[in-house]
Each structure stands twice: as C-alpha cells, then as structure tokens.
Design a protein around this ligand. Structure first.
Ligand code: GLA
Length: 345
C-alpha cells in the first residue's frame, strides 16, 4: 500500500495570472487530502471517498464525477494496472482552496510511490495540472498544483508560472493570515472561469504578445486602447503581476501595511476589472477589512464565491474574523466559517 498527502492552499496574491504565464504567491493550508493506493492485478480503478465508492477502468473516458481526478493521473502516466484508492480530505470542496489540485498532487505522489516512478515535485505539479486540464476537463492554471506540491507551512511560495521557478519566502511572525470560507460555492466547469481565460487570450492576441505576462505595467497605454471588456481584463492581469512582485518585497521586509494595501488593490481589481467577485464576497471582504488590526483583504482563488484572505497583525486575526463572520452570517444567511487561524479547542 502507498500513502501520500497534499495540502490545500490559500493564494496570498496573484489571481488569474497563472494561465497567462504570470506570478502567484500561495501558501499551504494546514488542511490536507490523503490518498492510499493499493495496486490491482487488473485495469479497474475503485475509489472510496466520504463513504461513497465509485469504479471505472483505465480504458474509460471521463465520467464527470470526482473519480476523474483519481483516474486522470494514471491515464497520463500510461499505467497498465489499476488500483484501489481510499481518499480522506479535510479541505472543503468548492471553497476555492485548491482541493482538486491537492487531490491530483496526492494521487500522482501515491502512484509514483506505488509504481516506483520516482517523479520529482515539479513534475508532480505538471502531471496533476495536465490531468485536470486534459482529463477532468477543468481549464485551470498551475497555481493549485504548484502550491500542493511545493508549498510548506509558514512560507509563501512565489512562483513564476511561465518558467515554474519558485522562491520560498518565510511569512514574518508579525503577519497573521486569515482565511474565511464565505459559504458561497463556486463551480469552475460551469463556464465563467473559462470565459475569463478566453478573454485574456483574446487580449494578448490583440496586443501581439504570447501572454499578458509579456506586457509590462509601463505599457498600460496600449492596454487602454483595447475594446471592453478586454481592456479591464488585461488591466487586471498586468497590474496583478506587478502587485505580486511588490507584495513579495513587502513580505521579505515584514511590511504588513504595504502587504495589506496590495491585497486591497487586488480585490478592487478582481471586483471591478476582472469581475469575479460576488455581492456577498464583497460584503465579507468589507466587514473583515474594517476590523481592528486588519491591513488588507481580498477574494482569493478562482472567484464567483469561495474564500477570502486577509492579513492582520499577529494575534488580531481571530477576533477580527469572528466579528466579521457573525455580521456576515446575519446579513446573508450563508454558512461562512473561519478556517485560519484555526479555532483553539
Ligand atoms: C483557480 C485555478 C487556478 C487559478 C485561480 C485564479 O484556483 O485552479 O489555476 O487560475 O483559479 O487565480
């Protein structure tokens, strides 16, 4: 039997930049998915998760269910034998915390171990992303898989999504990361995420660049000449890339006020230019933002619901999150909950 696990992620900054070759800066969450694999003699894949068992085989196509994430890596690796897989996860699904990416990474790791493939961490992330794109049919970038494969506790992972070069930056003691699940579920396959990707591709074509990564912030005049909504989409990506680099400086120099300002700017851009926020998420971000000791807050992940991230002074996050969540639940009726900092029992 082979066992492997991978964490969910919170993306500190760098949203909707990965599939345009840009920069992201996630951190690992203390919430993991664990996979146990037992190779079989035949070509069947039998997977169990949360009391539900699904089965398929290596010769079948996608089913549109969660087992696609379990079989996809095996198809990409060209495996000849099937396996039994047992999944257990503490990462909420549909909360924008990279649960599918973590499942893909844990699967590739477990298969690498079970079948003696010796796949390194970077290749694990690449294979998991290809499985997601090519088999499960979700057009995601590589943010979640890089985080699940390479991020470590108490560190931010600055990733160049074109070269996949990365740098680990320690999160200063004075920074408290807050993550709140809004209780509003998102669904990437349902189109809006793919629409944004296509809009970015169209903007890059009109600007004559391979990807929006290639447009420096000094070239915004060219971006401003694009037709709407491409102008707003490209404006977000170009400025967000610049913010990631600046936020990395703020992290290295332990400047929590500057770091928070970049989160705020990211949210405004995602809300107004990229249009991936929702009225409920905006309420939650505003409520958190107005609490004492909070320096910035934004929607994080793919958007259209999911979770928010905020940055607070050490020791202030708990209170701020509890107050904001209580107010938000009262106003929206949605079952929000604070994931980080965890509730001390
Ligand atoms: C989802 C995708 C990622 C990334 C984010 C937006 O989480 O899986 O690849 O594109 O949305 O930054």
């Amino acid at each position: 039997m082979s066992k492997a696990s991978a964490p969910g992620r919170v993306n500190l900054i760098g949203e909707h930049t990965d599939y345009q070759g840009g920069f992201v800066m996630p951190a690992a969450l203390p919430l993991r998915i664990t996979v146990e694999i037992e190779p079989r003699a035949d070509r069947r894949i039998v997977a169990t998760s949360r009391g539900e068992t699904l089965a398929t085989d290596l010769d079948s196509g996608p089913t549109g269910t969660w087992i696609d994430h379990v079989i996809g890596p095996a198809k990409l690796l060209g495996l000849e034998r099937g396996y039994d897989a047992d999944l257990s996860s503490h990462i909420p699904m549909g909360a924008g915390l990279g649960s599918s990416g973590a499942l893909g990474v844990a699967m590739v790791r477990a298969l690498s171990d079970a079948f003696g493939l010796g796949i390194d961490d970077l290749a694990v992330a690449r294979i998991a992303q290809r499985s997601e794109n090519e088999f499960a049919g979700t057009p995601s970038g590589i943010l979640d898989q890089m985080a699940a494969s390479l991020a470590r506790a108490s560190e931010a992972l600055l990733v160049d999504c074109r070269s996949l070069e990365f740098e680990r930056i320690r999160v200063p003691q004075a920074f408290e990361i807050v993550v709140i699940d809004s209780g509003q579920r998102h669904e990437h396959r349902s189109g809006s995420y793919a629409d944004r990707r296509r809009e970015c591709e169209a903007a890059a074509r009109m600007l004559g660049v391979a990807q929006l990564r290639d447009v420096p912030p000094g070239d915004l005049a060219r971006v401003d000449a694009l037709p709407e909504p491409l102008r707003r989409r490209a404006h977000h990506v170009v400025m967000e890339n610049a913010r990631v680099i600046q936020a990395a400086v703020a992290l290295r120099t332990a400047d929590v006020v500057a770091f928070g300002a970049f989160l705020d700017a990211s949210h405004i851009s995602l809300r107004d230019d990229f249009e991936v926020s929702t009225p409920e998420i905006d309420v939650l971000v505003d409520l958190v933002r107005e609490q004492d000791g909070v320096h910035g807050a934004r929607i994080q992940g793919g958007g259209f619901g999911g979770s928010i991230v905020a940055i607070a002074d050490e020791g202030a996050g708990h209170h701020a999150a509890a107050r904001a969540v209580a107010d938000y639940v009262g106003r929206t009726g949605l079952a929000a909950r604070t994931l980080i900092p965890p509730i001390a029992l």
